[in-house]
Write a protein that binds this ligand. Structure first.
Ligand code: 5GP
Ligand code: ZN
Length: 116
């Protein structure tokens, strides 16, 4: 199910162009338009889920697929040896700006901790 007013639903549907690095029936991964690291890829479900907080038990398998897709992207991008950061921002305090669940895969430089 897609939402007509959702940016990432439109990217998942191919209605808005993106630099897609992985696509299957349920998951799409594409490069962030404003990268925060040498590699910055967003992994999203094709189904509209507003955030991790909106996920339900029926999404258990999908959530696993998203994480495995993030792992696959990291491997393809050559990040596995040096390591990388996987993060999903939730709501205002989490810094979420696009309200369609997405996992950031960031790599290619050391990451600070704690995040800002
Ligand atoms: P959030 O802040 O919600 O965790 O992450 C949203 C991300 O989506 C941001 O890193 C932002 O740069 C990225 N983004 C926003 N609009 C677009 C777009 O139209 N195309 C792509 N590829 N990324 C986008
Ligand atoms: Zn959506």
């Amino acid at each position: 199910m897609s939402q007509t007013d959702c940016l990432f639903c439109k990217i998942a549907a191919g209605d808005i162009p993106a630099d897609v690095v992985h696509r299957d029936d349920r998951v799409v991964a594409f490069r962030d338009i404003n990268p925060q690291a040498p590699t910055h890829v967003l992994v999203i479900p094709t189904e509209h889920v507003a955030s991790l907080d909106a996920a339900a038990p029926e999404h258990q398998e999908l959530l696993g697929e998203l994480l495995l897709a993030a792992q696959a992207v990291a491997r393809t991008e050559g990040l596995s040896d040096a390591g990388y950061r996987v993060v999903t921002n939730v709501g205002p305090h989490g810094g979420q700006t696009v309200h369609h669940l997405h996992i950031h895969v960031l790599g290619g430089r050391p990451m600070g901790w704690p995040p800002g």
